[in-house]
Design a protein around this ligand. Structure first.
Ligand code: BEZ
Length: 251
């Protein structure tokens, strides 16, 4: 979830309806973390705690943090030890054997602050395993949004950070991590409620400056611009996700 200091725009109900694929497709990241009984793990950007629970099921102690109080409330209801915390201002000190993060860090637009906090949160030799959107992620959608906003004299806010492998590698190394593996790959992603459901769940920051009465029209326009690339003849939308997955260890 976003780490920005703004009103909590997340709704656990809308997330469950439109975004369950995010945790479903993140399950392999838990396998790469390979949490073990007796370890302490931090889930950075835990959302409603679906993957935090998977980590706990492996026997590890796990704390989830998220900037969204409504998502943290949903995680707590599901039995997760979750806390409201800004990912750019983590307040842990050598408390964890591993830090895990799935589809959350691209919402945190000061990656230096994030990685400084992850480094401080880990014990010496601790591991950091995660996934985030990579350069080129949802490019067709962002181009469509940019065109529709530009036609109204609006610039899209800088809401997401999608690094190249080289950028992310440098950031990790500058913060004392040794990279074990890191790769970028396209992952075309079918979405349950089309581009409209996706925009209304994930795109809210983009439309902040659009007068409320015009938002539906802008969303409809964005969908028309993206339709030829992302929607099949039966009306199924498959979005142009590109992921960056990595495992690193603190020196
Ligand atoms: C993603 O998971 O790649 C993503 C989520 C929301 C907005 C943009 C990208």
């Amino acid at each position: 979830m976003t780490s920005r200091d703004k009103a909590d725009q997340w709704s656990p109900a809308s997330y469950a309806a439109n975004a369950r694929f995010v945790s479903d497709l993140g399950e392999p990241v838990v396998d790469w973390l390979a949490p073990e009984t007796g370890e302490n793990i931090l889930d950075l950007g835990c959302g409603d705690g679906a993957l935090t629970r998977r980590i706990a099921e492996r026997g590890a102690g796990v704390v989830g943090v998220d900037a969204s109080s409504s998502m943290v409330a949903a995680a707590r209801e599901a039995g997760v030890d979750a806390r409201v915390m800004d990912g750019e201002a983590l307040s842990f000190d050598a408390a964890f054997d591993g830090v895990f993060s799935n589809a959350a860090m691209h919402w945190m637009i000061d990656p230096g602050a994030v990685l400084d906090g992850v480094r401080r949160a880990l014990r010496r030799g601790g591991r950091f395993v995660g996934e985030l959107g990579a350069a080129g992620n949802v490019a067709t959608i962002t181009q469509a949004i940019d065109c529709s906003l530009a036609a109204r004299g609006i610039e899209r806010p800088h809401a997401w950070f999608f690094p190249t492998p080289a950028q992310w590698s440098s950031l990790l190394e500058d913060n004392g991590f040794i990279i074990e593996w890191l790769h970028r790959f396209p992952r075309p992603t079918p979405v349950p409620n089309g581009l409209e459901g996706w925009l209304r769940t994930f795109g809210h920051d983009c439309f902040d400056q659009v007068p409320p009465g015009q938002r539906d029209a802008v969303i409809a326009e964005v969908m028309e611009r993206a339709r030829a690339s992302l929607c099949d003849d039966d009306g199924n939308w498959t979005l142009d996700y590109v992921r960056l997955r990595f495992a690193a260890r603190l020196a």
